[in-house]
Design a binder for this molecule. Structure first.
Ligand code: HEC
Length: 292
């Protein structure tokens, strides 16, 4: 870790923060993109959705082979589809809760809800739909919730991320809170998300190539081999074994710097997702992704 800490400490001085405090979100997005485009002049904008595979040709080739040849998340997406189309006990279904019957809409989440003043993630909307129809909400982070979300993401593949910040000050406040989380140093290692995924993206840390934060959220939920192994070791294999939501990943990244993770769907992570997904606006949805 020593080398990385050194790089992180100097990055602020040499590189400068790519985002100014209190700028309009659209200006933030421009600055965010142009930072990466300068850092990686050979990477095409539309490949950032592929995380580390946008940066490394060898890893990309191996990953593409898996993606093309029976990706392990296929059964999970099928299960998600089945759950999505199975009516609730009251006869209604998920389709009744979403625009366009829930098909091809992933790119619009998270969304600001002016009635409650809150930000609603796709997973939040799925569980809210269950509750509104008298069903028990699913557990956050993995399992059936991730399967339904993965299916909804799958039907949205190719649509451009289109998160909007409302003129309502509560919407802007959530965006600013998420941005603050992203740039704030935390944990015993005193690292911000930006230290790893902006300034040091493309560098190695403990054998891992660090992905750029641009496009980092377009492919969630993700199927990770690590999560699959973990579930299988507990005797919980099956079609959802490798799935995890974006908030599951946030928790893992907070833990990496020895910070206490927030709860999935906490206001803090919803705000972080609002900012993080907004930064990927214009890139296409490619959920679910396949990762190590
Ligand atoms: C100490 C470095 C470090 C910090 C700090 C860190 N991460 Fe990560 N993160 C990683 C590593 C390593 C991976 C796995 C390799 C990769 O895809 O970057 C990862 C992966 C991810 C992924 C999955 C990428 C993909 O393509 O599926 C997301 C999303 C993510 N991090 C978000 C965050 C956010 C948001 C924060 C701040 C709360 C954060 N990370 C803080 C090291 C870090």
């Amino acid at each position: 870790m020593k080398k990385l800490i050194l790089i992180a400490a100097t990055a602020g001085i040499i590189g400068g923060a790519p985002i100014l405090a209190e700028a309009a979100p659209s200006d933030d997005l421009k600055a965010f993109r142009s930072f990466f485009q300068k850092k990686f002049p050979n990477v095409k904008l539309d490949t950032y959705k592929d995380g580390i595979y946008s940066l490394d040709a060898d890893r990309r080739a191996a990953w593409e082979e898996f993606e093309d040849f029976a990706p392990p998340y296929e059964d999970g997406v099928e299960l998600g589809k089945k759950l999505f189309n199975t009516p609730f006990k009251n006869g209604k279904s998920y389709a009744s809760c979403f625009d366009n019957g829930g098909i091809g809409i992933r790119q619009n989440y998270p969304k600001f809800d002016s009635k409650t003043g809150d930000v609603v993630t796709l997973e939040g909307a799925i569980n809210a739909c269950r509750k509104a129809n008298g069903e028990k909400p699913y557990k956050w982070k993995k399992g059936k919730l991730a399967a339904v979300s993965a299916y909804m993401g799958y039907t949205s593949r190719g649509k451009k991320m289109n998160v909007t910040i409302d003129s309502d000050p509560r919407s802007m406040a959530m965006y600013e809170r998420g941005k603050k989380h992203f740039y704030a140093k935390r944990g015993q290692l005193n690292f911000s998300c930006a230290d790893c995924h902006v300034y040091n993206s493309g560098s190695m840390v403990r054998g891992n190539l660090l992905s750029p934060a641009l496009g980092q959220s377009t492919h969630f939920p993700v199927w990770r081999k690590k999560w699959q192994k973990k579930s299988e070791a507990k005797g919980k294999g099956g079609p959802t074994a490798g799935f995890g939501t974006l908030h599951r990943r946030y928790g893992g990244c907070n833990k990496q710097v020895r910070a206490k993770p927030f709860k999935a769907q906490s206001t803090e992570y919803k705000a972080l997702e609002y900012f993080h997904q907004y930064m990927s606006n214009g890139l296409v949805v490619n959920a679910p992704g396949l990762r190590q």
